[in-house]
Design a binder for this molecule. Sequence first.
Ligand SMILES: Cc1cc2nc3c(=O)[nH]c(=O)nc-3n(C[C@H](O)[C@H](O)[C@H](O)COP(=O)(O)OP(=O)(O)OC[C@H]3O[C@@H](n4cnc5c(N)ncnc54)[C@H](O)[C@@H]3O)c2cc1C
Length: 489
Amino acid sequence: MSQAVHLATPPSLHFPELAKLLGDRYTENNFERAFYRRDLAFVPPILEMVLARTLPQCVARPRDADEVAALVRGARTHQLAITPRAAATTVYWNSVPTRAGIVIDLNALRGIVSVNAENLTATVLPATRWGELDAALRRRGLATRTYPTSAPSATVGGWVSMEGFGIGSLQFGGLAQQLIALDVVLPDGRAHHATRDSDPPLSWFLGSEGTLGIITAIELAIRRAPEKTGKHLVALRDLVAVQNVARALAQSAPTPYNLHFSDAAHLRLLRAAGFAPPTEQAMLLITYEGDANHIAAGAQNVYAIAQKFGGEILPDDLAAREWGERFAALRVKRAGPTVLGSETWLRADRLAEYGADVAHLANRQRVTLATYGTLVTQDEFTVMTVYPSDESRQLAYIFDLSLTKQLYDLAFRRGGRPYGIGFWNAPYRHRAMPAHELAERRARKRQLDPTNGMNPDKIFVASPILSPLIFSLGMNALAWARRVGGAWR
Ligand SMILES: Cc1cc2nc3c(=O)[nH]c(=O)nc-3n(C[C@H](O)[C@H](O)[C@H](O)COP(=O)(O)OP(=O)(O)OC[C@H]3O[C@@H](n4cnc5c(N)ncnc54)[C@H](O)[C@@H]3O)c2cc1C
């Protein structure tokens, strides 16, 4: 970028001072801004029009923390709402503007700053992809401890800002346990180095979905690359068996690196999408990472526990294939052309009950509901239940959206809660966390962002239409209409 670009700011810009900060990495162009109106989920334009102003007034792409701080201060001067955005692989409008304002696109803050192979730590810029971080570390005999199944695209800063559970969490814990320090630009533009003991501490920013500041660097614990990965695929009769085998394996030593299940409906949906799933039953993919003894001990546990619960061990090449496809969750979309769904935390001993409720709903609503998930702690799964829809048929699509609320209700009934809140799950915020946690989060927001300029309407505040009561009544009415009016859909 040349100096001349900085100076030659077109007079027609609404915020020329912001443009001066970044030159051609700042835009108010209609075409360029339009790309920032959505994330991975399609939202019908009518809902978008009623609920939010998703078209940002401007987009800026800073290259370092100083530029981020200058933009945040500039946005405050103009009272522009700020939406931090990285890879936008989320689906709840977490990184989509709802009050126009400025999108701060963080994708130029990308790369590894340093690696300490002795202390097993790394410092990275926030838009570094998990996949590229792990690949770079493996070239040095190191590895990330955990990563999301969206690792090829998802960024380190994005996952810190969400809840941070995924592949490897069963063995190594959530991302919270791996973070050492964060550099954050606070909503007033100050730079803050957050650690466990700082004020505010690092924990405030975890899962805060960009509402408390912009993370500009992350220091985290890594590991030596495992010697081996042992993979096992077990076909099981149903989710009762999946629940039993998963819990027994999680409680035995060594702890598996990862445990991922699919129910039979998910495998049928994959078949409908043109793939060849390994079994007609439910299945559990178990992975161990470590040295040869660790892998061998894990294999023995799998054989013993699978046998006890009537499981069939499938051939090694199928297990290797499934592990190789761990990043391809969205391939089921081919059965759609759109897929909708819910993602929830569920206690491990409630999975089968939830599965039975889901089967009942599928029957009542005459829809395929496909469930899969990961055991991310000894006691909890994160569970996705997805169903095919078609965004090009907008009326039917709006009716289909109501099923997501029905799925959340089933999870709540079994003690579960949504995973990730953003805008669309904000009506559930009172059920997504205990009252004292919600109050604590509100207090942090008031303290750090009293003018509510940093990613407003995410987690805390939502449009009146999304107030819990109105949302619930509306969605239940749509679900009822979808069921009785099924014939005309
Ligand atoms: C196929 C698939 C698999 C997935 N698997 C997982 C999984 O295993 N585990 C899981 O937790 N999620 C998963 N996700 C959801 C999502 O990919 C992750 O939460 C991911 O970490 C989001 O990162 P991102 O870079 O896309 O963030 P974005 O979507 O761009 O942003 C997410 C939130 O973080 C904020 N944000 C982003 N960067 C910053 C920053 N530097 N500072 C402050 N705020 C910031 C945004 O404002 C927004 O609120 C999956 C999604 C898909 C599509």
